[in-house]
Every structure is written in C-alpha cells, then in structure tokens.
Design a protein around this ligand. Structure first.
Ligand code: URA
Length: 235
C-alpha cells in the first residue's frame, strides 16, 4: 500500500495533509522516507509519524442516515450515491453499502469493507431482522398482521418469510406501523403492501440485526460504529 494511503487509513489526516507530513519525513522501520508513493507492507512494516507508531486499520464500519433521492450504490452516473456522501478520507478503505434501500426510502445504511460481515448480514440463511417504520395509504388491520405473520405471497408468486407488523395507528387515509422482515427481496415491503391493496407512502429503515440507527444522525449524516456496535453485529 502507498505510504500516503496508509497514513490516511489510520489517522484523520486527509491525503493532502498526509503528503505534506511525508515530505517532512516519516519513519518506516526506523528509516526516514520522504517519498509519498513509497510502498509499504501494512501488515509488517512499522510506520512512525511524529514519534507515534500507526496501527493499520483494515476495516471500516459506518452507519449513515440515508435521505430520499440518494442511491444505494458505490457510484452512479446520474444520482448522488451513499458513498458520495462520505468525506474523501472515509472513502480510502473503499467501504460499500451492505444491501440496498430504494431511492425513495430513508434510514439506516451500513457501509463497510468487511466482506465477511456483509455476507453474513445479507445471507438468506441467517435470517437477520430488518426493522422499518412504514406509512401506507389505507387501513392496516389485524387480518393483514396475521397474513404477514404467516408469510404473504407477492406478485411473482413468492411466499415471503414471516414478517412482524406492529400497527401504531390505522385509518382509511393513512396508517403507520413498524414492520420487521428477515429477507431483502427487491421492493419487498412495497410489494407486500401492494399484495393487500395498499401503497407505501413513506418508508424508513430503523435497524439491521442489533444495529440501530442513531437518532442523533440527521438525514445525510453518518458516523463510525463504536467497538461495541461492531462486536454485537459480528455475533
Ligand atoms: N422494502 C422496500 O420496498 N423498499 C426498501 O427500500 C426496503 C425494503
């Protein structure tokens, strides 16, 4: 890995700042290096900046509060993506979104470069719960609650896994609920609601497994996961 990239990955320095630091001299295994594109082995070499040894951070874990009109992808020619919302220094380790939310869905997105964790969270065999807040344009009834619990059949004939619907309020014009699903088919909640003749008018993801969206994060904001959150997700 390039020395400047390494410094950015384990400090809060930007690439430009890292380059300036290197030009003044950084110790690589005790030898002064001033060449920004000097290649190091991040697992073996000892890098010191201002007398401090840098520990290589291999993985990055970010929770982001996605707003509408942002695409859950790493790049897109026409729209802003969740990765575009990250500062340059937070993109260095190439985090990618785990799973996807529709363009008009808000809420929790996990971004990481930890392929193993991503695979675990997305694996249909693992049944990881995803909880959403949903608003629909008609009544939510106990019948619908039971139909979802028993697995509703959607437009393509697929029988969804059991889903938990917690009705918060129900009215002919608008109903509000929490819905927890353990799979992630394309437009799943919208299609489940359509199967009972309802349209989703608002959807927001609140949690993935035991990772809960931090309510201090405003739309479009993000933060690093704490050690505790990372460890709980890996269980
Ligand atoms: N279900 C949907 O219909 N859309 C999402 O974005 C997530 C779940």
């Amino acid at each position: 890995m390039r020395l400047d990239k390494f410094i950015c990955s384990c400090t809060l320095f930007t690439r430009t700042e890292a380059k300036k630091i290197i030009k003044k001299g950084v110790l690589v295994n005790g030898v002064v290096v001033k060449n920004v594109d000097y290649k190091i082995d991040e697992y073996v070499d000892k890098i010191e900046v201002n007398g401090e040894v840098l520990n290589y951070k291999k993985f990055i874990y970010i929770m982001l509060h996605k707003a509408k009109n942002i695409i859950t992808a790493t790049e897109d020619n026409f729209h802003k993506t969740v990765v575009d919302l990250l500062k340059e220094e937070d993109k260095i380790l190439n985090p990618f979104p785990v799973g996807r939310l529709d363009k008009d869905t808000e809420g929790l997105i996990l971004l990481t470069n930890d392929g193993e964790l991503s695979h675990k969270l997305l694996s249909p065999k693992k049944d990881i719960d995803k909880k959403y807040y949903v608003e629909v344009n008609g009544e939510l009834t106990f019948d619908i609650q039971n139909i979802f619990l028993n697995g509703i059949v959607i437009d393509d004939g697929y029988k969804c896994k059991s889903a938990k619907l917690e009705i918060l309020s129900s009215d002919k014009k608008i109903s509000k609920a929490y819905i927890t699903i353990s799979e992630g088919k394309f437009h799943q909640i919208k299609r489940m609601m359509r199967a009972v003749d309802l349209e989703v008018t608002y959807l927001k993801r609140l949690s993935i497994g035991n990772l809960v969206l931090d309510n201090k994060l405003k739309l479009g904001e993000y933060r690093y996961l704490t050690e505790e959150e990372i460890n709980k997700l890996k269980i």
